[in-house]
Design a binder for this molecule. Structure first.
Ligand SMILES: *Cc1c(COP(=O)(O)O)cnc(C)c1O
Length: 251
């Protein structure tokens, strides 16, 4: 479905926050418990800067190289955002929301604040070693990606696999495992995505009953379905097109 570009980033942000507030209200949640990650793949740095000026503080890229290509131009973003306006004082954080190959793990740790796509014990162990080296004073914030739909085309732990490996991941002292993330199946209605979100929350609840150090975060929901994700407990929604408009085909 095509999404028209918003008339302004402030207007886009107001719509997104309003729809989150309504969804939170329907499910008796506090809308403050939902973080919007503005997904900036294919978006140029000047647009990202304008979005930050409108109040967006969390951004997501799905490729390490694309983040790297824009990093220099955006190096001052946090300071700019701390100037006048609603976003004053809040730091900018970058989330990696796409698959991470092990040979890019070091760059990812250098360029991102949160890695949402940890999808194997091996990758977690590698990130743990790198984090100890690159940023020894703070744990690296990560989420574990879960393929709750058992979709062969999707990355992520299968739930049974995660159940076996999660204890070993939680022992890694360099990582702060803040919760779970999923990329839903392509479906033709927001309602059809609900099952995926319910499943992710169920996996989270089951694992957290056994492992208290697993965070309660749930990153789920995108432009076409984030209100449903919020109804089902999302703490992070990853939104691209509703903020920046349609992307070139295939991205
Ligand atoms: C592109 C992307 C998004 C945002 O998708 P929209 O439909 O533009 O909101 C969210 N999550 C991931 C992993 C993505 O790659």
């Amino acid at each position: 479905m095509g999404v028209s570009p918003p008339s302004s980033f402030a207007a886009a942000r107001a719509v997104v926050l309003q729809r989150i507030a309504e969804a939170a209200d329907r499910s008796g949640r506090d809308p403050q418990g939902v973080e919007v990650v503005a997904v900036t793949k294919t978006v140029q740095p000047d647009q990202i800067r304008a979005a930050a000026a409108a109040g967006f503080r969390s951004f997501g890229e799905n490729r390490v190289q694309e983040r790297q290509a824009k990093a220099e131009e955006l190096a001052t973003l946090a300071a700019e955002g701390a100037a006048p306006g609603a976003a004053a004082g809040r730091p900018v954080t970058w989330h990696l929301v796409g698959p991470l190959q092990s040979n890019k793990a070091r760059r990812a740790v250098e360029l991102f604040d949160v890695i949402e796509t940890v999808d194997s014990l091996e990758l977690a162990q590698r990130l743990d070693r790198i984090a100890a080296d690159v940023r020894p004073t703070a744990r690296l914030r990560v989420l574990l990606q879960v393929n709750v739909d058992d979709d062969p085309g999707k990355a992520g732990f299968h739930p049974a696999e995660l159940e076996r490996e999660v204890a070993a991941i939680l022992e890694l002292r360099g990582l702060g495992v803040e919760g779970l993330m999923t990329v839903g199946r392509l479906v033709d209605s927001a309602e059809a995505a609900r099952e995926t979100f319910v499943s992710l929350r169920a996996v989270s609840e089951r694992l957290r009953a056994l492992h208290s150090s697993l965070g309660a975060g749930l990153s789920m929901g995108m432009t076409d379905d984030y209100p449903v994700a919020v109804e089902e407990g999302a703490t992070i929604v990853r939104i691209g097109r509703a903020i920046f408009g349609d992307r070139p085909a295939g991205r």
